[in-house]
Design a protein around this ligand. Structure first.
Ligand SMILES: NC(=O)C1=CN([C@@H]2O[C@H](COP(=O)(O)OP(=O)(O)OC[C@H]3O[C@@H](n4cnc5c(N)ncnc54)[C@H](O)[C@@H]3O)[C@@H](O)[C@H]2O)[C@@H](O)CC1
Ligand SMILES: [K+]
Length: 501
C-alpha cells in the first residue's frame, strides 16, 4: 500500500535529522536520487549522461539546492548543464558545487529569461524543475511563471521534464494547482510520498513518481492518505471459501435502470454479476428485467420492495431518474442499514446524518457536480469547478458532514471516510471516461460489499472497486472500449490480479 503524508508531516519527520546536523547528508542523498532519475530518463530515450544537455530551473530554497547538487553530479559525468537562477538567493553550497563541476549559470531578469536560455531549454534533453518544493506556497509568480508557461508549451515532444520533489506550483499537501506548472515525465520525491502527488489535479502533472528513501520512515506518523497497489488488490479481492454456498458468497441487490434509462440497470447488473457473488438480485421494471435476462440469465429479478428480499449489500441509483417506484426502492435501501452504494439520482435522497438516522453504512459515489449539490444540502456552497480544483478537501468535507464514505469520481478517484481515512486511486485512465462507466463501477462496488466476509471496511472496499474498475481499462489498451465491454473483462482481470498474491 502506498502511503502519503502532508508537507508539514514530512518536514516534521526530517527535523530531528536536521537538528542533528545531518541536513547536508539528506540533501546529498536526495540530489543523488534526482540525478539517478535524470539518468534513467536519458536512458529511456536512448541517451547516456556524457554529452547530454540538461537545463535546471533553480528556486531560492533547498529544492533549488537539490537540483544544483544533482546538476553538479551530472556535470561531473560529462553532461552539459545550464542553470537558470530565478531568485537573488540561491543555496550557496549547492551553487558552489555546481560551478566547480563545470555547470553554467544564467540569471532570470525581471522581464524573463535570456533568449539564449529558452533556445537551449527547447533543444535540451532534460529539464530539471527545482523551483519550489515543500516550502512553496501559492503558485509560481512572475517572471518565473512566464518562463514555465513557455516551457510547458513545448512539453510533450520537447525535452523530458524531471521534477525535484514535486512539480513546482503543485501544492505538496492538497494537490491544488495555482498558475502554470511544467508537467513532469518523472517526479523524484524525497523521504515520503506527498499527499499532493496522489491527488488531482497535482497528480496529473507529476508523471511517474519515484521515491528516494531518506531514512525518515520511523519519524512519520500515520499516513494521511493511502493507495492500493497490485499486491493489495490481490490480497483484498474476496475469494470464496471451499464451504461457501450462494448465500454465504454474498447477495448483491441492484436498484438501477428504468424504462427510460434501461442501460444503467443492464450495465450495473452485468458488472456486479461478473464479480462472482453468490447471487445478484435485481429490483426494477419488468421491461428492464426482461432485457437483463437476455444477457444475464443468472440474475434474479423482481418488482419487490427492498424490505421483501434478503441481500448483503445494495446499489441504488443509476438510471432511476424520474421513476418514482425505483426512487422509493432506493429510499428503502438507504434506510435499510445494510451497506449501500448510493449513486446518481439516489444521491438526492441522502440527508445529513442525524442521531436518529446515521449514514455510516452508505458509500456515496458522486462526480464533482453531484458533490456540489450534496454539499449544498449541508449548507456548503462550492461549485463543480471549485471541487475539481480541490477534490481532496471537498471529499473530506463531504464525508465529515454527511457521515458517509464519499467516493468522488475524477481523474484521480478520491475515497474519504467520516473517520478521516482517505484512499486515492488513479488506475483508471481517460479511457474510463465513457458513458455508463460509473454504472459499472457501482455494480462492482455493490458486489464487493456483498462478498466481503466479516466486518467491512467500506472505504477500503470502495478504493478496491475503483482500482479494479481502473484495471479494466488498462488491459488491451489498443482496443477501443465502452462501458458495455468493461464487465466482460472483469473475470480475466480479477484472475490476473489474484495471481499477484
Ligand atoms: N528539509 C530537508 O531535510 C530536506 C529538504 N529537501 C528539499 O528541500 C525542499 C524544501 O526546501 P525549502 O524549505 O527551502 O523550500 P523550497 O525549496 O520549496 O522553497 C522555499 C523558498 O521559496 C520561496 N517561495 C515560497 N513560495 C513561493 C512562490 N510561490 N513563488 C516564489 N517563491 C516562493 C520561499 O520564500 C522560500 O525561500 C524539499 O522540497 C526538498 O526538495 C531535500 O534536500 C531533502 C532534505
Ligand atoms: K520542484
Amino acid at each position: 500500500m502506498l502511503q502519503a503524508y502532508s508537507a508539514a508531516a514530512v518536514r516534521a519527520a526530517e527535523q530531528p535529522l536536521l537538528s542533528a546536523g545531518r541536513g547536508p547528508e539528506l540533501m546529498r542523498t536526495a540530489a543523488h536520487g534526482l540525478a539517478m532519475g535524470v539518468v534513467s530518463v536519458l536512458r529511456s530515450r536512448g541517451k547516456g549522461i556524457y554529452g547530454a544537455n540538461v537545463v535546471l530551473l533553480v528556486g531560492s530554497g533547498n529544492n533549488g539546492g537539490d537540483a544544483l547538487y544533482a546538476g553538479a553530479h551530472l556535470a561531473a559525468r560529462g553532461a552539459r548543464t545550464t542553470a537558470l537562477l530565478t531568485s537573488a538567493r540561491t543555496h550557496p553550497e549547492a551553487l558552489a558545487a555546481f560551478g566547480k563541476s563545470g555547470g553554467r549559470c544564467l540569471v532570470l531578469g525581471a522581464d524573463g529569461a535570456p533568449v539564449s536560455f529558452m533556445d537551449e531549454a527547447r533543444q535540451s534533453d532534460v529539464v530539471i524543475d527545482g523551483l519550489l518544493g515543500t516550502g512553496g506556497s501559492g503558485g509560481l509568480r512572475e517572471p518565473v511563471a512566464g518562463v514555465v508557461a513557455l516551457l510547458a508549451e513545448f512539453a510533450g515532444d520537447g525535452p523530458a521534464v524531471v521534477a525535484c520533489d514535486l512539480p513546482s506550483g503543485v501544492d505538496a499537501t492538497t494537490g491544488e494547482v495555482h498558475g502554470p506548472v511544467l508537467p513532469a515525465d518523472l517526479t523524484v520525491t524525497f523521504g515520503a510520498h506527498k499527499t499532493g502527488l496522489l491527488s488531482a489535479p497535482g497528480e496529473q502533472s507529476a508523471g511517474t513518481v519515484a521515491l528516494v528513501d531518506l531514512g525518515i520512515g520511523q519519524q512519520l506518523g500515520p499516513p494521511e492518505l493511502s493507495r492500493l497497489e497490485a499486491g493489495d488488490l490481490a490480497a483484498f479481492l474476496p475469494q470464496p471459501s471451499a464451504a461457501a454456498h450462494k448465500y454465504t458468497r454474498g447477495v448483491a441487490g441492484v436498484i438501477a435502470g428504468s424504462v427510460q434509462y434501461p442501460g444503467a440497470g443492464l450495465l450495473a447488473v452485468a458488472a456486479a454479476s461478473a464479480c462472482g457473488p453468490g447471487m445478484v438480485r435485481y429490483l426494477g421494471p419488468e421491461q428492464v428485467a426482461a432485457a437483463i435476462h437476455v444477457r444475464n440469465p443468472e440474475v434474479v429479478c423482481s418488482q419487490n420492495s427492498p424490505d421483501e428480499v434478503r441481500v448483503q449489500a445494495w446499489l441504488a441509483g443509476p438510471g432511476i431518474d424520474g421513476d418514482q417506484a425505483q426512487l422509493d426502492r432506493a429510499a428503502a435501501a438507504i434506510a435499510s442499514g445494510l451497506p449501500t452504494v448510493v449513486d446518481a439520482a439516489a444521491l438526492a435522497l441522502v440527508q445529513p446524518a442525524t442521531q436518529a438516522a446515521t449514514n455510516e453504512h452508505l458509500i456515496l459515489t458522486p462526480h464533482a457536480g453531484e458533490l456540489s449539490a450534496l454539499l449544498a444540502r449541508c449548507g456548503v456552497l462550492v461549485s463543480r469547478a471549485q471541487i475539481e480544483a480541490s477534490p481532496l478537501a471537498a471529499a473530506r468535507q463531504a464525508a465529515a458532514l454527511l457521515g458517509a464514505v464519499v467516493l468522488l469520481k475524477g481523474p484521480t478517484t478520491i475515497v474519504a471516510a467520516p473517520n478521516g481515512a482517505v484512499f486515492t486511486q488513479a488506475n483508471g485512465t481517460a479511457r474510463l471516461a465513457t458513458a455508463g462507466s460509473g454504472d459499472t463501477l457501482a455494480g462492482i462496488l455493490a458486489a464487493l460489499l456483498a462478498m466481503s466476509a466479516g466486518p467491512i471496511d467500506l472505504a477500503r472496499t470502495a478504493a478496491l472497486a475503483a482500482a479494479l474498475h481502473g484495471q479494466l481499462a488498462q488491459t488491451d489498451v489498443e482496443q477501443p472500449i465502452n462501458a458495455g465491454l468493461l464487465a466482460a473483462r472483469i473475470p480475466a482481470v480479477w484472475a490476473a490480479l489474484s495471481q499477484k498474491r
